[in-house]
Design a protein around this ligand. Sequence first.
Ligand SMILES: Nc1nc2c(c(=O)[nH]1)N[C@H]1C(S)=C(S)[C@@H](COP(=O)(O)OP(=O)(O)OC[C@H]3O[C@@H](n4cnc5c(=O)[nH]c(N)nc54)[C@H](O)[C@@H]3O)O[C@H]1N2
Ligand SMILES: Nc1nc2c(c(=O)[nH]1)N[C@H]1C(S)=C(S)[C@@H](COP(=O)(O)OP(=O)(O)OC[C@H]3O[C@@H](n4cnc5c(=O)[nH]c(N)nc54)[C@H](O)[C@@H]3O)O[C@H]1N2
Ligand code: SF4
Ligand SMILES: [Mo]
Length: 889
Amino acid sequence: MNMIPQRTVRTTCPYCGVGCGVLVEVTGDIVSVRGDPDHPANFGRLCSKGSALAETIGPEGRLLAPEIGGRPASWDEALDLVAARFGAAIAEHGPDAVAFYVSGQLLTEDYYVANKLMKGFIGSANIDTNSRLCMASAVAGQRRAFGADIVPATYRDLEEADLVVLVGSNLAWCHPVLFQRLMAAREAHGTRIVVVDPRRTATAEGADLHLPLAPGSDVALFSGLLDHLFSFGALDDAFVSAHTSGLDGALRAAQATGLRGAAAATGLDPSALLAFYELFAATEKVVTVFSQGVNQAEDGTDRVNAILNCHLLSGRIGRPGAGPFSVTGQPNAMGGREVGGLANQLAAHMEIEDPAARARLARFWGAERLAERPGLKAVDLFRAVAGGDIKALWIMATNPVDSMPDADLVRRALEACPFVVVSDVVRDSDTVAAADVLLPAAAWGEKDGTVTNSERRISRQRPFARPPGAARPDWWIVSQVAERMGFGSAFAYSHPAEIFAEHAALSAFENGGTRIFDLGGLAGLDRTAYDALAPVQWPVRPGEPAGGRLFGAGGFQTPDGRARFVATPPRPAPARREPRFPLVLNTGRVRDHWHTMTRTGRSPRLSAHIAEPFVEIHPDDAAEAGIAAARLVTVESARARIVARAFLTPAQQPGSVFVPMHWTDQNASAGRVDALVRGDTDPVSGQPALKASRVRIAPFPAAWYGFAVLRDRPERIPADYWAAARTKGGWRIELAGLAPPADWADWARLLLPGAPAEESLLAFHDSGSGRRRFAAFEGERLLASVHVAPEPVAVSRSFAAAALDRPCRDGADRLAILAGRAGGGRDDPGALVCACFGVGANDIARCLRSGAARDVETVGARLRAGTNCGSCRSEIQRIVDGHAFAPAL
Ligand SMILES: Nc1nc2c(c(=O)[nH]1)N[C@H]1C(S)=C(S)[C@@H](COP(=O)(O)OP(=O)(O)OC[C@H]3O[C@@H](n4cnc5c(=O)[nH]c(N)nc54)[C@H](O)[C@@H]3O)O[C@H]1N2
Ligand SMILES: Nc1nc2c(c(=O)[nH]1)N[C@H]1C(S)=C(S)[C@@H](COP(=O)(O)OP(=O)(O)OC[C@H]3O[C@@H](n4cnc5c(=O)[nH]c(N)nc54)[C@H](O)[C@@H]3O)O[C@H]1N2
Ligand code: SF4
Ligand SMILES: [Mo]
């Protein structure tokens, strides 16, 4: 890579909203990362994804030059074309005939200029962001209650709390460093943890109480809590009468639910519910963390307000260790909201419906055509694209062909749209494939700017490498197009520092204390100060201490300064009976992958934990559908069908299944779960209900199953089902077919394009069992090993994959590879558990068997497993438990 010769660069992790500080060490071409001990988000910790950052950079797979219709083009040509086509569409059909779809993974500076161009100069608010799929309900709920989109709590509150309630949040996997901070606090002072999630997740495993509520019953659960808090003396009279309004209406609605209604709706044992209500009522310091299990729902905004109501009523807000806490998903989900990236917001937390705010913004920007009404929200936006109303669309830093609900409709919409521009860092993604023009963006490590994390803390991302090829930062690309559309003077930026200073100045412009989002203290920042900017929490007003928790003494951003209780009456149960599709499809994330895997998919370490799309099914539902463990399953909704591996687990409640969102057409034959997901949205926030579609499951009628490790990935994989993952030195591929090929050896050779002479292919066939094995070597290097069986192939994946990464010297070793089993004294590490230190399940089991370790702590002391990010600790615990119950051997 083209490194900037500098030793240590202080920057910020580009994955989740925890916003950990990272120290990048550059020595020649070698990049290593570690946690920044001075960063207040992580104090030196990193999770598995953060620790593996160095594996995900480098030029491979990058989009290196602009492309027009698949051919490389110069920047001038591409930018002129984009400006001309957008200009023509606007001239002919008006500004609402064009749209941007952007992302919480843009830096604040990128985001600011994209929003400024669309809302200020093109004159449409048709800019929406993937935060619509992520934070929109939290934004809408906070605006309803607080008058502005404000997260009042801080990470420290999470540590100071005596009770932490995690609602629809798999914190252990999705915000691992925050989870680790919580675990450390619990160790120190015994924090109680309650998890509200229909699934028993890794987060729920160690909780004091897990409430596996019926999917979609959160409003009832928190209405019951509100009623209980009021009835049993947890009302904070002073706070409520001085700083809130609307309690009566909210209480009436909650009383209609009550404990009995909550128990009926959630399906929970009333005594478990009561235990939770009593714990909440009896504990002063309560933080309620909520995430996508709350936001991604048709009543997501009501769910948010049902939670906020409980904190307002009990005054548990803005005090040490107390507050509702919406954790953000993407690294800059918060920054995107600050710049007004949502179609129904203006920049700097100003309201698009407010004529004074519009006039103020137009004055500040010198904009003559400022958008006057909200634009299309993501789901409606893509529907408008499909309907032909959008003539030119620009997608930046997001992959909607895989991440939007009704994803096949999105794909068709892009195919039908006259002009689609995609700015991305990778050459191949399912969205890139649908673009007319590709613009190569600079990636993490090359970009320079700021992000804001879940606790309102702004941190710098600093570059340590030069962008490869012709890649350029997103702010530059947008500014260039703006200039070519004739808006040059408003976009004459030469460095992101200038954009940040303008953004900060806007937040303070005619503010006078009316908007809490205020970066006035940073408005005069010059380039040197920007480069040196230390992590800082907003608000940042001149002459006042920055940041801190908010609303402890009221001061809400409503006209009367009071927070609003919002009545959340019960709605008809969402789980309509649909006999054709009897199961609820829940979706979400796994520990080591990030969204559509364009980055984490490049890391062998991160790909080892879970290497294929799967569906979690309760054993009863599996039995009813005739599905056995490890078999392949079709999951089908009214819209589409995917194929995934069955993972039978009682952690899943009967009646619902869980499929991760990560697999795409780039790495599996049919793994795009969002093709199944319905596009229904919350009427207030416009956020789609991504966690509650209706599906049915059935066995995938595989005639054979296969597993291959290959040095090179073939262009076309000859199987009806496949899933490919990176491994050290090559690829590991799961396979299955509906019918056997005519000739197995010919078939095996299709997996080995360019392999040397035929005789180098070792083949083994056991006609009794129907199992077949192939292996090919080039000298001492394994090129491929392929295992086929009539049932799911039972070879050790970790052993087979490791053979790609070592010399194979003797015949015995080759036979062991062909057999797929460790021999010759070599140990098989087993399925990866700890990604940070590469420790497998067999390693841990061996260590326990030998007596060298007896619990999670001693396993850590011996093998280091679980001692870095800690997100595998619940998996280690499970192995320890299994070992304790095993008969002494
Ligand atoms: N490893 C990893 N970490 C990530 C990401 C990633 O891709 N990978 N992405 C980041 C992003 S952008 C985001 S938004 C966050 C998301 O972080 P989370 O929201 O924690 O993650 P999810 O897995 O989407 O969903 C959380 C939980 O909601 C539960 N749920 C489903 N339906 C309901 C319901 O009706 N009620 C309740 N109470 N719960 C329900 C699911 O079972 C699931 O366990 O993660 C961030 N961190
Ligand atoms: N079923 C289901 N669907 C979901 C969710 C769910 O829980 N269930 N979660 C939703 C949520 S919360 C989210 S946040 C979304 C995420 O969904 P997406 O945003 O679509 O997912 P990513 O894979 O993060 O896509 C980011 C893209 O930007 C590119 N990229 C990375 N860095 C840069 C950069 O600096 N500049 C540019 N121009 N491009 C860059 C990456 O290569 C990648 O193609 O998915 C949503 N979809
Ligand atoms: S918790 Fe992990 S993914 Fe999130 S910011 Fe920290 S290191 Fe990055
Ligand atoms: Mo997200």
